[in-house]
Write a new protein. Structure first.
Length: 271
């Protein structure tokens, strides 16, 4: 028993049904990263202007931004588990990198929300803010380096687009700057706190913003193209229904055909 379906129609079904959730989750990763880094940039700018006057505003923007980073990390976990895993890389695991990122974001959220809770001494406040910040930043660096390694040979199954490589590079540099700023945050010097730490956080937030914009720019056309193709594609027929309806002559259409013979999928091109 042999039946053939045009490859163009077959690819629509494969890309828009099986990969739709992955594409939407990837887009959500970029959008949430962009919004979260925007709030972090605003919070760092407020802190540079007047950390005492804008303390509440800085705390709120950082906390909401951290929550958006949590959402982005959760979406990356979904992408890692739903997409096809790479078996060519044994040192780094895409799912493991995503879970490390999620753990780091959750820890970093504790750091951002710490000023909301009453603490007895300044030393405890510094510990509650900067210790989780350092731990979360270490997770950021580990996860971003792992993701960058997965996108490069020999781990990468296929060539990674240049735009995505730039997004990963921005993420790595932003993570490193967050780690440096978190370590410097333990300094009790007000000048260091205001100008050095916040300036480094501002630079890191801008890099995360660039990464989020690039990821969104790459994923958005794929999601909408997939959605458009889903609306226009016809339902997939079973081999029996195709035989009853009559198989169109692929030679007249000039398109490759997806053929199934004895339950095994093969791909052939008709001249």
């Amino acid at each position: 028993k042999r039946s053939c379906m045009p490859a163009a129609q077959s690819s629509k079904h494969l890309n828009c049904s099986g990969d739709k959730v992955v594409r939407v989750a990837s887009l959500l990763t970029g959008v949430a990263t962009t919004l979260g880094s925007t709030l972090f940039t605003a919070g760092s700018a407020f802190s540079l202007a007047d950390p005492v006057r804008w303390l509440l505003c800085v705390t709120v923007t950082y906390t909401v931004g951290a929550a958006l980073f949590d959402l982005s990390a959760a979406a990356s976990v979904a992408v890692a588990h739903l997409s096809a895993p790479s078996r060519r890389c044994t040192l780094f695991c895409q799912a493991g990198a995503a879970w490390v990122l999620l753990a780091g974001c959750a820890i970093f959220t504790v750091s951002c929300a710490a000023p909301f809770f009453p603490l007895a001494t300044t030393e405890r406040l510094y510990g509650a803010v900067w210790a989780p910040s350092v731990a979360g930043s270490v997770c950021f660096v580990a996860s971003s380096v792992a993701c960058a390694a997965l996108a490069l040979p020999p781990c990468a199954v296929q060539t990674t687009p240049l735009v995505m490589l730039l997004a990963l590079l921005s993420s790595v540099l932003g993570s490193v700057l967050f780690l440096v700023a978190s370590v410097a945050g333990f300094s009790m010097n007000e000048i260091v706190q205001r100008w050095v730490v916040m300036s480094i956080f501002l630079a890191g937030s801008v890099l995360f913003f660039i990464s989020g914009v690039l990821i969104t720019w790459v994923c958005k056309p794929r999601v909408f193209r997939c959605r458009k193709g889903t609306e226009k594609s016809s339902p997939q027929l079973t081999p029996e229904e195709e035989l009853e309806a009559g198989t169109p002559d692929p030679a007249s259409q000039g398109t490759p055909a997806r053929c199934t013979t004895s339950g095994e999928q093969q791909y052939g091109t008709y001249d």
